[in-house]
Design a protein around this ligand. Structure first.
Ligand SMILES: Cc1cc2nc3c(=O)[nH]c(=O)nc-3n(C[C@H](O)[C@H](O)[C@H](O)COP(=O)(O)OP(=O)(O)OC[C@H]3O[C@@H](n4cnc5c(N)ncnc54)[C@H](O)[C@@H]3O)c2cc1C
Ligand code: FES
Length: 264
């Protein structure tokens, strides 16, 4: 019998980690090959499906960090540890850590953009011998919106981490200002041996890439992840198509030499 790619599998919620009022990580039972930056379609019968990036990978599980914004995600938040969710995937190319090995690495993430790249940061936080200097600039709207606080603390031990918020009403233990403000302060070695990953809202990605080009990084050393409206996730419906590129198949991770034609 022919396999139907649209049929989801059911996966148990192993843990729910609450970051903010509207952003939780659902640790889902999963055994299979998966990369950071790939995504699953999470299905809610009667409500629809939503593509959600892999924010963490472990033995027998994947983490999905979900922002509650609409029909499907509201419904996901009605589920608890021990319940099951329906999922399809993983889809997309994801990040290939070998692109960054042996290099100085810069990661710039805005808001939930830290989710898809979290696995890459974690990998190089654990495998110091596989990279040179590493910088992470993570920006959020306010202190209440900060995700992965424990990880940020842990990563500080072996990379330069700048945590910044756009605005703060109270005294906070982080910087205030847009991520782009901190690009000129990056400790830069040989730009030819420096790679960067930029993930976040379209305007943040656009200005961050401009900043990186401004300090001398070649376009081909920059990667972005493009969160475009998706439907099937597997190259059939055409919802994500830009020109002849299917973002769900060819992306969502793109080298900037190609990604620059796709940024909204
Ligand atoms: C590759 C990829 C990876 C992604 N990864 C993640 C992730 O890791 N975590 C995550 O939380 N999200 C992620 N997203 C985004 C997520 O898929 C969307 O937010 C999705 O639409 C949520 O589905 P929903 O049914 O809950 O929301 P929807 O009901 O579809 O609403 C989505 C947005 O549209 C607005 N909206 C809804 N209906 C209307 C309307 N009638 N008029 C105007 N505005 C409206 C809502 O206010 C909301 O902002 C990703 C998207 C892509 C493409
Ligand atoms: S989401 Fe259907 S073709 Fe890409």
């Amino acid at each position: 019998m022919m396999k139907n790619d649209y049929i989801p599998f059911s996966s148990k919620i192993l843990e729910v980690i609450r970051h903010t009022e509207i952003e939780y990580t659902f640790r889902m039972e999963f055994n299979g090959a998966v990369r950071p930056g790939q995504f699953f379609e999470v299905s809610m019968p009667k409500y629809g499906e939503a593509p959600i990036s892999v924010s963490g990978i472990g033995e027998n599980f994947v983490d999905l960090t979900i922002r509650r914004v609409g029909k499907v995600t509201n419904e996901v938040f009605e589920h608890y540890v021990g319940d099951t969710l329906l999922m399809r995937g993983p889809y997309g190319n994801g990040f290939d850590v070998s692109d960054y090995m042996g290099k100085d690495i810069i990661v710039i993430a805005g808001g939930t953009g830290l989710s898809p790249v979290r696995g890459v940061v974690d990998y190089f936080a654990e495998h110091l011998e596989e990279r040179d200097h590493m910088t992470l600039i993570a920006g959020f709207k306010t202190p209440h919106d900060i995700l992965f606080r424990d990880d940020l603390k842990r990563w500080e031990k072996n990379m330069d981490v700048t945590l910044t918020v756009d605005c703060a009403e109270e005294d906070v233990a982080c910087h205030v200002g847009l991520v782009t403000q901190y690009i000129p302060q990056i400790k830069l070695g040989d730009v030819q041996n420096t790679v960067a990953i930029v993930v976040g809202p379209p305007a943040m990605m656009r200005f961050s890439v401009q900043g990186l080009l401004g300090i001398g990084l070649p376009e081909e050393n920059i990667w972005i992840s493009q969160e475009r409206k998706m439907c099937c996730g597997l190259g059939k419906c055409g919802h994500c198509k830009i020109g002849d590129t299917y973002v769900c198949l060819d992306g969502p991770v793109f080298n900037y030499t190609k990604g620059k034609f796709l940024v909204d």
